[in-house]
Design a protein around this ligand. Structure first.
Ligand SMILES: Nc1ncnc2c1ncn2[C@@H]1O[C@H](COP(=O)(O)OP(=O)(O)OP(=O)(O)O)[C@@H](O)[C@H]1O
Length: 242
């Protein structure tokens, strides 16, 4: 088998002891491992053998992006190495749950104020990423993680350097993220499916914000513009609506 997973306990690079296989990404296999140097649990991504060259390039690119980003809400780059013709990227392990699991498995509900507050925290991280001339391009629910202390964005496997189309993609994904949070409290009253603008009982300004995020002609020029609008909307809430 070309992409066989390693046994738990396998030692890599004389430093990382594989503890658990946690998933298969677009270009490789992902494990949790114990870093014997720091004694921390880390994430190890291994490139796929099948499309070796391309997946190695993706791994190197992800490593470069992670290394150029230093933010408490982004996994830290730890190591990159090649062993027995396979390449590995090691990064900080982010403990927490992603928003898909929080809502769909744990039944978490976020009202409009809470949704916008979480949204603005995510915007803060995206603002930092964009300030480094990087577009994430994969801001899906499984890549946004929450723990008791903070929110995180992971998986820079599809990131690119500043590109107009990538900016539109990031904003669109942010629109989907906000809609998903808002839908967590939605209780259907009829069997008829309506569009989100009819279904969700939210402020007109929030609707306008989402509509604008979905516009492919880049209605927002940058994250600052979005943040300003979210701030204004949040200020309109009474204490009882929070
Ligand atoms: N730094 C990290 N900290 C914690 N979990 C992580 C980290 N990086 C990846 N994961 C988790 O490891 C699993 C595999 O991740 P990976 O990025 O390889 O693929 P994916 O996100 O499932 O797919 P794709 O790459 O196609 O988007 C996912 O469940 C992801 O949440």
């Amino acid at each position: 088998m070309l992409n066989r997973t390693f046994k738990n306990g396998t030692l890599l690079h004389e430093r990382y002891i594989l503890k658990e296989f946690i998933g298969q990404g677009s270009y490789g296999l992902t494990y949790l491992a114990l870093d014997q140097t720091s004694r921390n649990i880390v994430v190890v991504k291994q490139n796929r053998v099948r499309w070796k060259k391309n997946s190695r390039n993706m791994l190197v690119k992800e490593a470069e992006f992670l290394a150029s980003l230093q933010h408490p809400s982004i996994p830290k780059f730890i190591d990159i190495f090649t062993e027995k013709k396979r390449s590995y990227l090691v990064m900080e392990y982010i403990e927490g749950k992603n928003f898909e699991d929080l809502v769909l498995s744990d039944g978490q509900k976020y009202n409009e104020h809470e949704s916008l507050t979480i949204f603005s925290q995510v915007l803060n991280i995206v603002k930092y990423i964009h300030s480094k001339q990087i577009n994430h391009q994969d801001l899906r629910l499984p890549n946004i993680i929450k723990n008791l202390n903070r929110l995180y964005i992971i998986d820079f496997g599809l990131a690119v350097h500043n590109k107009e189309s990538a900016l539109t993609k990031d904003f669109e994904s942010l629109g989907h993220f906000l809609l998903f949070l808002l839908y967590s409290t939605f209780e259907p009253t009829s069997k008829m499916e309506r569009c989100w603008e009819q279904e969700l009982e939210i402020q007109e300004d929030t609707k306008r914000l989402i509509r604008k995020l979905f516009r492919s002609d880049a209605a927002y020029k940058n994250v600052d513009e979005i943040m300003l609008e979210v701030k204004k909307i949040l200020l309109t809430f009474n204490d009882t609506d929070k």
